[in-house]
Design a protein around this ligand. Structure first.
Ligand SMILES: [Zn+2]
Length: 248
């Protein structure tokens, strides 16, 4: 069975950027694992009021589990670091944990945030750096030529501009997830405490209108067969469709 691993910082990171991809590959028979490094115990919590960070964290883990069930993540790994605190975790400790998870799972494909974290959130940046280091080390545990294909989640330039985000690495490919838009929407709706973020990113979805969900998700290929790929290129006018396991 082929294996796909997403390495993220917060409950909901997986659904926002990759919900359609997860649902699609699950349907194709791929085993999907997700690392969520924090439990997301910070920030606004929608209609809810919680007595403590622990209560909010437990609630968000519950939301994440429901989203994972909908999308088809069969292996959820929670590190339970403090939300907002990843940048204060010893970088070696964080990358060691990711390394251990990779060695345990032996995924064929690994996906995380790009070095700018897409939104520049310090937790996103910290998990991206930790995963970079972990992937390089973990490659030694694979046979030559069998090393995992490594991608960053990406957002096309035009969309970044529309969202007011700084320019980032160009995507090198896209995944057609048309058939999985509604599963992505359903998974987003599980993250009820994140209603403000969902309303901003996908207006209408929390109210049951899925029309703001696009039909594609984007990736930048970073490493393949143990070798780096040049990621400094400009975005091409028409991005090729991607098959994650072919390492395109
Ligand atoms: Zn996040």
């Amino acid at each position: 069975m082929k294996k796909l691993l997403f390495v993220y910082a917060h409950p909901d990171d997986e659904t926002f950027g990759n919900g359609g991809t997860i649902a699609k590959y699950h349907k194709l028979g791929v085993e999907v694992s997700l690392i969520s490094a924090t439990s997301g115990c910070k920030g606004k919590s929608g209609e809810y009021t919680f007595q403590s960070k622990e209560q909010l964290a437990a609630h968000r883990e519950g939301e994440l589990r429901k989203a994972c069930d909908i999308l088809g993540v069969s292996n959820l790994i929670l590190y339970r670091y403090l939300d907002g605190g990843l940048k204060d975790v010893d970088p070696n400790e964080l990358s060691e944990r990711v390394y251990q998870s990779i060695v345990d799972i032996k995924p064929d494909v690994i996906v995380t945030f790009p070095p700018d974290g897409i939104t520049a959130h310090p937790d996103h940046i910290a998990i991206s750096l930790a995963t970079d280091k972990a992937v390089l080390r973990a490659e030694q545990e694979y046979s030559a030529g069998e090393e995992p294909t490594y991608y960053y989640a990406a957002i096309p330039k035009a969309v970044r501009q529309a969202m007011g985000l700084a320019e980032g690495l160009a995507p090198t490919g896209r995944i057609d997830m048309t058939e999985y838009r509604h599963l992505k929407a359903e998974a987003l709706r599980q993250h009820r405490t994140q209603v403000y973020s969902v309303d901003r990113g996908y207006p209408g979805v929390m109210q049951g209108d899925d029309s703001s969900i696009g039909s594609e998700e984007y990736y930048t290929l970073v490493r393949k067969k143990g070798q780096p790929v040049d990621v400094t290129g400009e975005e091409v006018a028409v991005l090729p469709y991607l098959e994650l396991f072919n390492g395109q």
